[in-house]
Design a protein around this ligand. Structure first.
Ligand code: SAM
Length: 357
């Protein structure tokens, strides 16, 4: 087992996504990014060496599962076309222990888009453990999917006093510390996956990116911090609570993704097949252009932000009895701020495809 990763499995930086299926209902932005990945995913699926025994697909950082349905369905259909109908396919969704796994299993049962609908000999299961250490047996995974998770930084949280997103802090020591931790996170993640992947197996990983000097998140990120500061000015949040509202996420550039692989393109038995930063289309903007409804646009983005940041923000309130009301006020404020002057929100998505030697 890779030594460097052994101690990190319980060092959890952020909280999981907003529960009660909220993330599933408000992650269309992430789904839009995933639609850009499906050609590479199909190529990875086609290249998969099936060998003997159950075919194992790992979905690292699945959250509540809805955005995994399409890629898993693609893999199942291709594998069924290549292997006999009786060959078991095991799909293992992983996430943090605090993830809303009930929403995941409900979606697997009830969502009309569930890959389980009409599937035979497909076995879905889940693991609640951080992926910065091996969480599956060695050489057990035929194919691996990982979307919109690797920008979450392992703990303890590197606090920014002047922004909700530490990478946007004006304090260079914060940005430096975040980037250092992210370098370690990437290598720990890769080492752990290398341990788990079968020879020839591919991993596609996509997370928040930066290219041409931007992540695409300045408008929404600054409005989010502005909303937190608004509630502070109104006496609803203390300075300590606002400071604790650091969401431990940060973007990576293409160079940062490539760094572990160096000039050889190889790292820990993994070969880098692709690294690029894509721009995610903003479907909310298209809706706004069609209907001119700024409040709807603001609410849609605010729900998207709440879906990934709500539990982190709630934790910063340390059990205050009015936590639910504060969260409602905060995200309503964010929606209102965004509705004042709607903008196009085109976030960046940093993608790598690797293959186990
Ligand atoms: C934005 S959601 C992405 C969900 C889904 N993959 C998608 O593409 O929509 C990020 C997920 O990563 C999970 N996550 C963050 N850090 C993790 C870690 N160290 N180990 C496992 N999951 C992690 C979070 O709990 C959350 O469910």
């Amino acid at each position: 087992m890779p030594k460097a990763t052994q101690d990190k499995s319980d060092q959890i930086g952020g909280a999981a996504m907003e529960g009660g299926g909220f993330y599933n209902r408000h992650s269309a932005m992430q789904a839009a990014g995933i639609s850009l990945l499906l050609d590479d995913w199909e190529a990875a699926v086609r290249s998969t060496v099936l060998g003997e025994g159950p075919i194992v697909i790992a979905d690292y950082g699945s959250s509540q599962g809805r955005n995994s349905m399409a890629p898993m369905r693609i893999a199942i259909d291709e594998f069924r076309a290549r292997a006999c109908a009786e060959r078991p396919i095991q799909i293992v969704h992983t996430d943090l222990p605090s993830n809303d796994f009930a929403a995941l299993f409900t979606a697997l049962n009830d969502d009309p888009a569930s890959y389980m609908a009409g599937a035979n000999n497909v076995f879905a299961s889940a693991i609640g453990r951080s992926y910065f250490a091996p969480i599956l047996p060695p050489k057990s995974v035929n194919l691996a999917w990982n979307t919109w998770t690797l920008h979450w930084i392992s703990g303890p949280v590197i606090v920014a006093r002047d922004h909700a997103f530490p990478g946007f802090s004006q304090d260079p020591s914060v940005v430096e510390a975040v980037e250092k931790r992210q370098r370690e996170d990437l290598t720990d993640f890769l080492k752990s996956r290398s341990y788990e992947l079968k020879p020839g197996a591919r991993l596609l990983s996509a997370s928040v990116g930066r290219s041409q000097g931007t992540t695409g998140w300045n408008w929404i990120g600054d409005a989010f911090w502005g909303s937190i500061e608004d509630l502070g000015r109104e006496g609803l949040l203390s300075r300590e609570e606002r400071t604790a509202m650091t969401v431990p996420v940060n973007a990576r550039t293409e160079d940062q993704l490539r760094a572990p692989f160096g000039s050889t393109g190889h790292y820990e038995g993994l070969k880098l097949l692709k690294a690029e930063v894509l721009t995610v289309p903003d479907n909310t903007w298209a809706t706004y252009l069609a209907n001119g409804n700024a409040q709807q646009l603001g609410t849609s983005h605010a729900n998207m932000v709440r879906a990934f940041s709500g539990p982190t923000i709630a934790n910063a309130l340390s059990g205050r009895a009015d936590t639910a009301q504060i969260l409602d006020q905060l995200y309503a404020r964010l929606a209102a701020r965004l509705a004042v002057a709607p903008q196009l929100h085109e976030g960046k998505l940093a993608v790598i495809v690797v293959e186990k030697s």
